[in-house]
Design a protein. Structure first.
Length: 151
């Protein structure tokens, strides 16, 4: 519900721009005491990265080629299916690398795809990451800084 003083407010025309495939448009609410919302911004949406992760054929391994950098257009990790470079047939991988698979992520988070880092034999499974649609980026009033209490 809009405050009564905003019913006749004249806001600038805002053109919604198209976000890259790996992100989504977030339109923040108007700042306190103001009627007009600021323009929207593109934010990474990790869920949009899943369709871009290749499913490798038998005998190939998924290798991380480039890490995503949490910047629209470059949000997603880039993987390729490659022939294993190492002879990993007799390597025993410790299960602590894969323990995350058994741990459920909270409802506001998702787990990105597991992968075999280049030059190694054992896969790793990344930690849970916030869903962009639920976890809004932290922001503070001017002169204050974000303090991370728990990861």
């Amino acid at each position: 519900m809009w405050p009564e003083n905003c019913l006749k407010a004249k806001c600038d025309m805002v053109y919604l721009h198209k976000c890259p495939e790996d992100s989504r448009l977030v339109i923040p609410p108007p700042p306190p005491g103001e009627c007009c919302a600021p323009p929207g911004e593109c934010h990474c949406d990790i869920q949009k990265c899943y369709p871009l992760v290749p499913v490798c054929e038998k005998g190939l391994e998924r290798v991380l080629v480039k890490k995503g950098i949490n910047e629209p257009g470059h949000c997603c990790d880039i993987f390729e299916c490659k022939q294993p470079e190492l002879h990993c047939e007799n390597v025993h991988c410790d299960h602590h690398f894969l323990d995350y698979n058994e741990e459920e992520c909270p409802d506001d988070s998702i787990r990105t795809a597991s992968y075999v880092p280049a030059g190694t034999c054992c896969p790793i499974s990344p930690e849970c990451r916030c869903r962009a649609s639920i976890c809004m980026p932290a922001s503070c009033p001017e002169g204050q800084k974000v303090k991370i209490l728990q990861k």
